[in-house]
Ligand binder design. Structure first.
Ligand code: ATP
Ligand code: MG
Length: 565
């Protein structure tokens, strides 16, 4: 993967902005906005849009606004408004004092609608939603004019005002733009501009019973805020004509809408509606469940803003839809945590080891490296004693082929410690399960090397039983089994592709005692195991809970490499 590629080649959006700067189209200004609808938590797809909008603004010494596109009062909540602000800040971007709400413009938008009526290019329609749909036509057939299309301006003004006054029931009337029912672009077939909706709004309360539609609101909000480049995803390509039509009809300041491909990730759904279903159906615990592709879920899982920004910069923007391999996102989090995360030892599935020739009650402090990638992170002392835990997987009574770890009679190295040899295996009398190993150590091998130069084939992590602290560890796998969870057999929906094994909870794990007071949100590398983040919700009151952020790849190769250094 070529890291410089994304940052040096200029994408089509920056090419357009460069041309606009050259021609002085917006007097040298660049002003973007990120316009979420507060109907859910932000996900990694939104991160792409945030990095693009605020990134472009920063690069051109411009401005970036945060604007809540809150025109649909039935689905919007202040909880979402707050989480969205937290997530954008967490990603590392700032809107200064430019926090806006489309609902701030409701008065002004109403005035603009009245202007369109006065111009004879908007009318009140009495058709029901179903009839409007039926009259709209199809891709191959033109639509039909509504019987109410030719109302007089005065009648339209009167009806629109009465719609606003609440005289008519929900859905009984709409305000529509009078454009062209035969337009090849279906968006332009007299789109609805206002609908009646007697619902309280999270900001305007009961002031309004009519609400403007997205297409009418968005372009005018951009115009009001002096946005220069209105960056949106490809599904709005057909809406650009309407964006331009509204602004042209009203003869107001006119930003440029530019569409780019949305982010799709393999094994992931990126739709707030679907993510909400997972929360509501209890498939996941909450919006910030560490398996969720939401920014709050990724944060709780241990993803860093840096990794997400690097990922977004790397994938760049394009005009064609594709599915990005989730492994690429995982590459960036590993890369970032590798340099950042302090190393620790943690045993997830403990097997007791008694070093029979190690004196009872003796404790030695061994020196361990905090991060081989960063010397400035220094070293720490790890206690060694007679009773230890190692990983169950690191011992086999009957080894499979090429098994290099501990078996009866074999010598292996304990990381930062000694060579040990397994002398005896103790089993549960009833189940036959291995419950303890009796080993001897070679006191001459302190620090991990034998003076006679003899080699061992494996290095195991371990903790001292008396000094370790107990922890719960949550292992996560992909939430979906399918590369594209939306591809389903007839009659099924995306949830049929859920991975039933996406969460495994391990209790009774043992981690280094130095982690007893680990702060929520901090990520460690447990050697040979991966990266683990202290859970920000459940790790409290003396119970220690880790989320596995990501496993290590090439675990073994890496340990061997760092040992040779
Ligand atoms: P969803 O389908 O998840 O609800 P949305 O597009 O309806 O997404 P909005 O809140 O309207 O969500 O999105 C805010 C901004 O983020 C929009 O400009 C939208 O184009 C952009 N955005 C949303 N999803 C993605 C994505 N997957 N990739 C890139 N940009 C996205
Ligand atoms: Mg939307």
């Amino acid at each position: 993967m070529n890291q410089t590629e994304a940052s040096t080649s200029i994408d089509f959006i920056r090419t357009i902005i460069n041309e606009d700067m050259e021609s002085n189209k917006y007097a040298g200004r660049v002003h973007t906005r990120f316009p979420p609808e507060p109907n859910g938590y932000l996900h990694i797809g939104h991160a792409k849009s945030i990095c693009l909008n605020f990134g472009v603004a920063n690069e051109y010494d411009g401005l970036g606004n945060l604007r809540f596109d809150d025109t649909n009062p039935t689905k919007e909540e202040t909880e979402y408004v707050e989480s969205i602000q937290e997530d954008v800040r967490w990603l590392g971007f700032d809107w200064d004092d430019r926090l806006f709400y489309a609902s701030d413009y409701f008065d002004q938008l109403y005035e603009y609608a009245v202007q369109l009526i006065n111009k004879g290019v908007a009318y009140v329609d009495d058709l029901s939603a179903d009839d409007i749909r039926a009259y709209r036509g199809t891709l191959t057939e033109p639509g039909k004019d509504s019987p109410y299309r030719e109302r007089s301006i005065n009648e339209n003004l009167d009806l629109f005002e009465r719609m606003k006054a609440g005289e008519f029931p929900n859905g009984s009337r709409t305000l529509r733009a009078k454009i062209d029912m035969a337009s090849p672009n279906i968006t332009m077939r007299d789109p609805v501009l206002y609908r009646i909706l007697k619902v309280s709004h999270h900001r305007t309360g009961d002031k309004w019973v009519i609400y403007p539609m997205y297409d009418f609101t968005h372009c005018l909000s951009d115009s009001i805020e002096g946005i220069t480049h209105s960056l949106c995803t490809l599904e709005f390509e057909n809406n650009r004509a309407l964006y331009d039509w509204v602004l042209d009809q009203l003869e107001v300041y006119h930003p440029q809408q530019i569409e780019f491909a949305r982010l799709n990730l393999s094994y992931t759904v990126l739709s707030k509606r679907k993510l909400l279903q997972l929360v509501e159906d209890g498939v996941v615990e909450s919006w910030d469940d560490p398996r969720m592709p939401t920014l709050s879920g990724l944060r709780r899982r241990g993803y860093t803003p840096q990794a997400i920004r690097d990922f977004c910069n790397h994938i760049g923007v394009s005009k064609t839809n594709s599915i990005i391999d989730i492994a690429l996102l995982e590459f960036f989090i590993r890369k970032d945590l590798n340099t950042r995360a302090p190393r620790k030892m943690g045993v997830l599935r403990p097997l007791k080891v008694v070093i029979t020739n190690y004196p009872e009650g003796q404790v030695e402090e061994l020196q361990a490296i905090n991060n081989p990638e960063d010397e400035s992170m220094g070293t720490r002392q790890v206690p060694f004693s007679r009773v230890l835990y190692i990983e169950q997987d690191d011992f086999r009574e009957v080894p499979p082929p090429k098994y290099r770890r501990l078996i009866p009679g074999r010598e292996v190295r304990l990381r930062y410690g000694y060579f040990i040899t397994c002398q005896d295996v103790i089993k549960d009398e009833e189940t036959g399960e291995v419950i303890e190993l009796r080993c001897t150590y070679d006191p001459e091998t302190k620090g991990g090397n034998a003076p006679d130069g003899r080699k061992v084939k494996a290095t195991l992590h371990w903790v001292s039983a008396d000094h370790a602290v107990e922890a719960e560890v949550r292992l996560y796998d992909r939430l979906f089994n399918a590369n594209n969870p939306d591809e389903v057999e007839g009659g099924q929906d995306f949830k049929s592709n859920l991975n039933p094994d996406s969460l495994e909870v391990l209790k009774g794990c043992y981690v280094e005692g130095s982690l007893a007071d680990a702060e929520p949100g901090i990520t460690y590398q447990f050697e040979r195991q991966g990266y683990f983040t202290v859970d920000s919700k459940d790790s409290k009151n003396g119970s220690l809970v880790f989320n596995r952020t990501i496993s290590l790849r090439d675990t073994w190769a890496k340990i061997e490499k760092s040992r040779k250094k």
